[in-house]
Each structure stands twice: as structure tokens, then as C-alpha cells.
Design a protein. Structure first.
Length: 168
């Protein structure tokens, strides 16, 4: 399938800009923080070569790290979800479906499938990100609470983006 790279460059740039300028400032009770920038990894085509997927994931995380002064935290979390994404797709989708549809969208895969797919990736990302950021198991329950609440908010925003931005 022929994929328009300009579309994905725009998604990359816009997701980083929105994360850095808007969503990083959006903090509820110093606990809940949405991470919408991973939408780029979520929306990459199914047939993206694994090496390119890992490179793009690392680049996305590294770009956010540069703007947020968090050396390697976002890069490693993005690299992790870039690494597990093909396995999650394999668990949730048949090979025939992956071959017939070009990229994960609510419109092409259905709401339940997309919500499940996003939930897996967001929870893995947030678990890794928040525990690496804390770098301790002291305050485990607070960190776990941050993971759960931030994951719920991020999942809602990512799924909502499918209806507001990517509806056609």
C-alpha cells in the first residue's frame, strides 16, 4: 500500500507541538497528565517496517525529551511501545485484516478494537514512563494512581481525536 509520508510528518510535528505547548501544561492535581504525542505511534500504518517503527518511536520520544528536559524518559517509553506494537497487533488482529487495512483507525477497525489497541499501548507507555520517572518503588501506590488516571485521560483524548480530527 502506498502511504503518504507528508501526512505522518504532519501528525509527528503537530503531536509534539500540542504535547509540549498544551498537554504538558495540563496537569490535574499534580497527578494526572495526558500524553497525546503517542498518537503518532498509534496511527502508523500496519505495514511499517519494524526498524522504521523503532527509529520513529525513538525520534518522537527524543524530540519530546528535548523540549521537556527529561533526558531519555520519553524516548525509552516510546521505544518500548514501538517494540511491543507489532506483538499487540498480532494479538488483536488477524493477518488478513492487517493485509487489507492500511492503518489503525476507528473508521476501519471499529471502536472496540481501536479502544483496546490504544489501551494496551497507553498503559504500557504510562507504566514505564511514570516508574522510570519516579525511579523508585517508594510511593508505589501514588505512582500507580498517576498511571491509571493519566492512562484513562490519554485514552479518552486519543479515541476522541478519531472522531474530531480523523473523521473522514
Amino acid at each position: 500500500m502506498v502511504i503518504n509520508p507528508v501526512k505522518y510528518i504532519i501528525i509527528f510535528v503537530v503531536s509534539v507541538i500540542l504535547q509540549v505547548l498544551i498537554f504538558n501544561k495540563f496537569l490535574i492535581a499534580s497527578v494526572v497528565a495526558p500524553f497525546m504525542y503517542i498518537l503518532f505511534i498509534v496511527l502508523l500504518p500496519f505495514d511499517t517496517p519494524r526498524s522504521l517503527l523503532l527509529f520513529l518511536s525513538l525520534g518522537l520520544g527524543f524530540t519530546v525529551d528535548i523540549f521537556t528536559n527529561t533526558p531519555g524518559v520519553h524516548a525509552s517509553a516510546c521505544l518500548l511501545i514501538g517494540f511491543v506494537r507489532p506483538g499487540i497487533l498480532g494479538l488483536l488482529t488477524s493477518r488478513e485484516t492487517l493485509d487489507s487495512v492500511d492503518s489503525p483507525r476507528v473508521k476501519s477497525m471499529g471502536f472496540n478494537w481501536f479502544a483496546t489497541y490504544v489501551t494496551f499501548l497507553v498503559v504500557i507507555h504510562h507504566l514505564f514512563l511514570f516508574f522510570i520517572e519516579a525511579f523508585t518503588f517508594q510511593g508505589f501506590l501514588i505512582t500507580l494512581l498517576r498511571v491509571v488516571l493519566s492512562s484513562v485521560l490519554s485514552i479518552i483524548l486519543i479515541v476522541l481525536s478519531q472522531f474530531l480530527i480523523f473523521r473522514n
